[in-house]
Design a protein around this ligand. Structure first.
Ligand code: ADE
Ligand code: ZN
Length: 334
C-alpha cells in the first residue's frame, strides 16, 4: 500500500517520547539480571500481558515500577541506544526525548548518572547514524512544586545537555497552575517549555499551559476540541499538538482509532504531529502509529506529507534545518 510505503520512506521527527517508555521487557530482564533486581513476572510474555491499561494511572503504576530496574549510567545508555536503533529503522532523523529525573533521583540514583547515560547515547547516535536529538526534562506533576524546584536546581550543572522543560504524569487533579512558578524560573534560565495537557484533563488545563506556563507546544491536547474558542486560538497561533494515537487508544482516551480526532484537527488547520509516547507499552514505535492511524482514518499521501512536515515545523530545529527537511519530503516519491 502506497501510504505505508510513503510513511516508511519519509524522514520524520518525533517530538513526544518518554525514554522510560521505550523500555522493552527483553532489556528490562537483561538489566534486572545484571543489577540483581527481581521482576515480579516470570518472563517477557507475562510482562506484556500485564500491559492491559484502563486509564493513564493504571499505566503509570507499571511504568514507574519498571523504571526501578535502572540503576547505573550504562543502563540509561543502553535504554537510550535501543530507542535510537528503532529511530533508525523508522527513518526518524530527529527526536526530542523526555526524561523524568524524579523517577530516578527519588530512588537514590544521582541526577548525573541518568543524564550522563542518556547524553552519551545521544552523542553516539548523532555521530554514528546522523540522528539529531534534543533532551527535555519533565517534572512529575503528581509530586510537589518544591520537588520540581529541587529538580531544576539539580539540573543546573547539566544545562548544556537540556534543551527544554516539560510536565508529565497523572494529569487529573494536578493542573499546570501548580507549576507556574517553577516554569517561570526555568524559562528565565532560557529553557523553552512544553507540557502534557488535555490528554485526560479538560481544555482548561490547555489554557493554563498556554497562559501560565507559556508553553511552545502542547503534548497530547486532544481534548482541546471540546472548546471551540481554544481551537481557534491553537489555529491562530499555530500552536503544535504532539498527538500520540496508540497511546490514546491503549489508555482509553479514545475507544477506537477510527474515532480519533487527529484528522478533523488537521483539516481545520491545527498544527498536529504524530508521536509514540511510550512505544514499549503501547504497541508500536513511530511508523506503527502512523500506519495504524492512516488505516483507521483513511489518511492520504498529502496528509502524511503534511504530518511529516509538521513534525519538523514544530521541532526545536532552526529554520534552515527545517527547510532542508521540507525539501527532502517534497522530493521523495514512492
Ligand atoms: N508519562 C509517560 N507517558 C505519559 C503520558 N502519556 N501522560 C502523562 N505522563 C506520562
Ligand atoms: Zn507523554
Amino acid at each position: 500500500m502506497t501510504v505505508h510505503t510513503l510513511i516508511r520512506a519519509l524522514p520524520k521527527a518525533e517530538l513526544h517520547v518518554h525514554i522510560e517508555g521505550t523500555f522493552e521487557p527483553e532489556l528490562m530482564f537483561a538489566i534486572a539480571g545484571r543489577n540483581g533486581v527481581s521482576i515480579p513476572y516470570a518472563d517477557v510474555d507475562a510482562v506484556r500481558r500485564a500491559y492491559d491499561f484502563h486509564n493513564l494511572q493504571s499505566f503509570l503504576d507499571i511504568y514507574y515500577a519498571a523504571a526501578a530496574v535502572l540503576l547505573h549510567e550504562q543502563d540509561f545508555y543502553d535504554l537510550t541506544t535501543a530507542y535510537f536503533v528503532r529511530c533508525r529503522e523508522d527513518n526518524v532523523v530527529h527526536t526530542e526525548i523526555f526524561f523524568d529525573p524524579q523517577t530516578h533521583t527519588a530512588r537514590g540514583v544521582p541526577f548525573e548518572t541518568v543524564i550522563n547515560g542518556i547524553t552519551r547515547a545521544r552523542l553516539e547516535a548523532q555521530e554514528k547514524w546522523g540522528i539529531s536529538s534534543r533532551l527535555i526534562m519533565c517534572f512529575l506533576r503528581h509530586l510537589s512544586e518544591e520537588s520540581a524546584f529541587e529538580t531544576l536546581a539539580q539540573a543546573q550543572p547539566f544545562r548544556r545537555h537540556i534543551d527544554g522543560i516539560g510536565l508529565d504524569s497523572g494529569e487529573l487533579g494536578n493542573p499546570p497552575s501548580k507549576f507556574e512558578r517553577v516554569f517561570a524560573q526555568a524559562r528565565a534560565q532560557g529553557f523553552p517549555a512544553v507540557a502534557h495537557a488535555g490528554e485526560e484533563g479538560p481544555p482548561e488545563y490547555v489554557w493554563e499551559a498556554l497562559d501560565l506556563l507559556k508553553v511552545v507546544r502542547i503534548d497530547h491536547g486532544v481534548r482541546s476540541e471540546e472548546d471551540e474558542t481554544l481551537m481557534q486560538r491553537l489555529i491562530a497561533e499555530q500552536m503544535p499538538l504532539t498527538v500520540c494515537p496508540l497511546s490514546n487508544l491503549k489508555l482509553k482516551v479514545v475507544s477506537d482509532l477510527s474515532r480519533h480526532n487527529l484528522r478533523r484537527m488537521l483539516e481545520c488547520g491545527v498544527l498536529v504531529t504524530v508521536n509514540s509516547d511510550d512505544p514499549a507499552y503501547f504497541g508500536g514505535y513511530l511508523n506503527q502509529n502512523f500506519i495504524e492511524l492512516a488505516d483507521a482514518l483513511d489518511l492520504n499521501e498529502a496528509d502524511i506529507r503534511t504530518l511529516c512536515k509538521n513534525s519538523f515545523k514544530a521541532s526545536f530545529l532552526n529554520e534552515e534545518e527545517k527547510a532542508k527537511r521540507y525539501a527532502e519530503i517534497d522530493g521523495i516519491h514512492v
